[in-house]
Design a protein around this ligand. Structure first.
Ligand SMILES: [Zn+2]
Length: 165
């Protein structure tokens, strides 16, 4: 590839014709937006038609750099999620109330979290109970009398105490 002079460079010619087009439009007081858009299109086309000398190592490194940047963005996003989206109590998903083991989930409701899906579990093997019966231990646990509402109150109470410490 031969050396390019400044004026032979298609990029320069592209910029030149785009500028020239807008100067001409201004001097004739033409406000036709499509002519300007066409000028920009021609400029972009000329820009894309440019041939450049690229060392091979850049072409080899470029995809890796792209992947690296992508991974960096994903990593930063995951940090963001951990820092901002998940509250401190998010890992607190099981506890024992009244010698009974309960597990639950948090759901985002508007801009607040609500406690949902409170499920009693076997205190011995942590198997999910069917009613008050553990299908794994094959024994019935006595009395899960507390309502979901009461358990929710206890969970919130413990979260608040955890956070105030
Ligand atoms: Zn069990």
């Amino acid at each position: 590839m031969g050396k390019k002079t400044f004026w032979n460079n298609k990029w320069v010619v592209g910029i030149g014709s785009a500028i020239l087009a807008s100067i001409m439009l201004d001097s004739f007081n033409v406000t036709d937006i499509w002519v300007r858009i066409w000028g920009i299109f021609v400029f972009i086309w000329n820009f894309l038609l440019q041939r450049i000398e690229t060392p091979l190592w850049i072409l080899i490194i470029l995809p890796f750099a792209g992947i690296g940047i992508l991974l960096l963005i994903l990593w930063m996003k995951s940090l963001n999620v951990a820092d901002n989206d998940e509250p401190a109590f998010f890992d607190y998903r099981e506890d024992t109330f009244d010698d009974k083991l309960y597990r639950w989930e948090y759901r985002l409701y508007g801009d607040k979290y609500i406690i949902s899906n409170i499920i009693p579990h076997c205190t011995k093997c942590k198997c999910r109970l069917s009613g008050s019966y553990c299908p794994n231990c094959k024994i019935s646990s006595q009395g899960f009398e507390m309502s979901d509402d009461e358990i929710q109150s206890l969970i919130i109470h413990r979260i608040e105490n955890l956070e105030s410490k």
